[in-house]
Design a protein around this ligand. Sequence first.
Ligand SMILES: [Zn+2]
Length: 477
Amino acid sequence: MSAILNRVILASTLSLFTLVTSSSEFVRAQSNEPNPKTAISDSEYDQAVKLLSNYIKIDTTNPPGNEKLGALYLQSVLKVNGIEAQVFDSAKDRAIVVGRLKGTGKKKAVILLSHIDVVPAQASDWKYPPFAAEIHDGELWGRGTLDMKGMGIMELAAMLAIKRSGHLLDRDIIFIATPDEEVGGTYGADWFAKNKKELVSDAEYLLNEGYSIEAQSSGKAKYWGVDYAEKSVLWLSLTADGLAGHASMPMSDSANNRMIKALARIADNPPKMKLLPAAKQFFQSIAQTEASPLKELYNDIEKTAENPSKETEAKLAVDKLKYSMLRNTVSITVLKAGYKTNVIPAQSYAELDCRLLPGVTPEEFVAEVKQTINDPSIAVKIIEWEKGDPSPYDSDMFRAIREANAAEGATAPVVPVVVPWFTDSHWFRELGIQSYGFEPIEVDAEHLATMHGKDERIPLAAFRRGIDRLVRILRAL
Ligand SMILES: [Zn+2]
C-alpha cells in the first residue's frame, strides 16, 4: 500500500466521522421545485458532498487510469459504514470494487454501476482546477463530477441512507465501480464479466450512466430519459482494387475513382428512417417541451419519419442525438490510398462506423450498404461487431423510476431512449441483466458539453435531488 494511498484512506475515513458537524462549509441545496419529503437528511447530504470531493481529488485519468486508489477509497467508505466490499485487481494499479448491502432476499438483486476512470483534463483550459473539487456558486467543479464519479457517489450515498434507515429492502443492492470504461472496458466491466460474473448471478436489474434528466437552461426538467438500449456498433472496411499506372494517363475506373463514387453514394443516401415503438413513445411524449418546428415534427413523428424531405431532415438534424434514434447511421471515418502524386494507386481503402438500431443484424445492414454502393467490385468486410441488446422498457425498473417521478408531481415524463454510444451496460446486458442508463439529475446543454470537455461541474442542488431520487427508485423497486 503506497504512502499516498494511506493518506487518501486515512483522510476519507477521518472525514466520515468529522463531517457531520462541519456542514457549514458546504452550500446547501436550494430547490425551487416542489420538494415533497427529501429522502436523505442534511447531514447525509453533507457527507455525500465530502465523499464526492475526496473522490474527485483522486486523479483517475485514463490512460493510464490508476483506478485502484479510487476503488480502495470506495471500499473504505463502504466498510466504515458496515457494508461488505471487495476489491479485485484486473491489472497493475487497476481494480474493481464490489460491495453488497443485504436485503430480505424476497426479490433478486439490483446492481448500481459506475466507472472510476475519467477522461483527461487540460488544466490550463479550466476556470478552476479539474482535480481540486472546489465549490463555486453552488456547483462542485472537477473532472468526473458528471461523468461519472458524481453518479457513483449518489449511488453510494443512497445505499448508505438505506442502510442507516434500518429498513431492509426486498433486494440486495450490489455496488460495482469499474476501471477502464472510457477506453473500452478491457480491464473493467469486460474483465469483470469474464472473471467474476458469479458475484452478480442473482442480479435482475442494473442502473448505470447512459442518459439523464434533460433540462432547459433554467434548470427546469423537460423529461427523464432512461436508456434502455444502446445502438449496436458495426465497423466496415471497403476495399477497391484496380490497376496501378502513371498519373499522366488517367483511368476512369481506377480504384480511387470507384471508391469515391461509392462513398459519395453512401454520403448522399442515408439509410431509411425506421421508427421503433419506443422512439414513437419518446418523441410524442417530449414534443410539448420543444419549440417549433421540432414540436410539430415530433408530435406527428409517424408522418415525419415516413418519407422526410431534405428540408425536414435538416430540421430534425439540429438535435443530432435525437435524430440518431430515428435510423441506422453511417459515418465515413478512415480513408487510405496513394503514396505519390504521379502514381495511380492499385488500391483504395475506407472504413465506415455504422450504428444500428436494436434488432438490426450485421448481415442485413451489409446487404443494404452493398445495395447503396451499387458496385460489386468493391469488397465490403465486417471488422467489428458489438451487439447492443435492449432491455424491456415496461419493466419494474421503469415502474420504479415512474414512482420516483410521481413523488415530485410527474411534471416531466419518463421516456425510453436509445443512445448511439456504448457504456459498460452492454457487458451486463450480455449476462442477461436488465440494464438501464439513467443519472437522475437535471443536465442542461451547457453542462452536457462539459463532459469530456472543460469546466465539468455538478450543481449540488441537483446532486442532492439525485440521491433522493435514487433512494426512492430503490425503495420502489
Ligand atoms: Zn461515463
